[in-house]
Design a protein around this ligand. Sequence first.
Ligand SMILES: NC(=O)c1ccc[n+]([C@@H]2O[C@H](COP(=O)([O-])OP(=O)(O)OC[C@H]3O[C@@H](n4cnc5c(N)ncnc54)[C@H](OP(=O)(O)O)[C@@H]3O)[C@@H](O)[C@H]2O)c1
Length: 249
Amino acid sequence: MNFCDLIGKTILITGASSGIGKQAAISITKQGGKVIISGRDKKKLDNSFAELKGTDNQLIAADLKSEDQIQKLVDVIPELNGIVHCAGIIGPTPAKFIQQENIDKMFRINFEVPVLLTAKILMSKKLQNNSSIVFISTVATKSPYFGGSLYNSSKSAIEAYSLTLALELANKGIRSNCISPGLVNTPLISEPAKEGQMEIVEDSLQRYLKKYPMGIGEPEDVANTIVFLLSDESKWISGTNITMGGIIQ
Ligand SMILES: NC(=O)c1ccc[n+]([C@@H]2O[C@H](COP(=O)([O-])OP(=O)(O)OC[C@H]3O[C@@H](n4cnc5c(N)ncnc54)[C@H](OP(=O)(O)O)[C@@H]3O)[C@@H](O)[C@H]2O)c1
């Protein structure tokens, strides 16, 4: 057995059509794991799927805003050894401009979706004992940026949820952990903004870059930590939150 081997493990990854989730899926299959990848955009999911290693991987397109689609996803997935919650949005709104709609949108994807998906998977008894659940938070919960109050709050909420989940599932050997990366080089920062995404203009990107003496992250950096947290090598780690990005100034 190699270090961080995932042979024999089946992992569900949300947000796998892009960025960190896509790379997590690729890295998990390189370690011998099987994956079920999910996202909204079928074409992008197909591209992710084409890069996976091994056989028996699955692709399920779903807009997880809908509870119905969350349930449909849970109904068709096989038994799991891990879940990686990568689906997420950003969308900066200075505090005084926040409206109910902004709160609903942000908390729906970044908090309610992973919470409801986890609950439904637990209810279905499809998560085996000794599984591992990984949530993606952000360094910004501790090191805020202007306009990020809703995003950072939704991620703080998922950190608190993950910690409590770790307690509730410990007797089954199921672990729950967060990873909190700094800026990562994904379509979130390199492509024109979609609905719910922050437009990062070249000017502010240069300002962000100066904050990272070790440079910004690549999806592989986060995916390697995801692989570690899914593997048996981390079997004594639960209820933690791993910060990534070096010293952020
Ligand atoms: N990039 C960074 O600098 C950074 C830093 C810290 C934390 N994070 C967190 O890391 C996670 C992944 O970010 P990323 O940079 O990889 O972003 P990304 O490239 O924009 O990917 C986001 C993923 O979320 C999916 N998604 C969004 N809304 C969805 C919905 N309603 N239903 C189902 N899937 C949905 C997208 O699916 P479709 O494309 O198919 O719509 C996409 O696969 C997010 O939670 C983000 O907050 C990112």
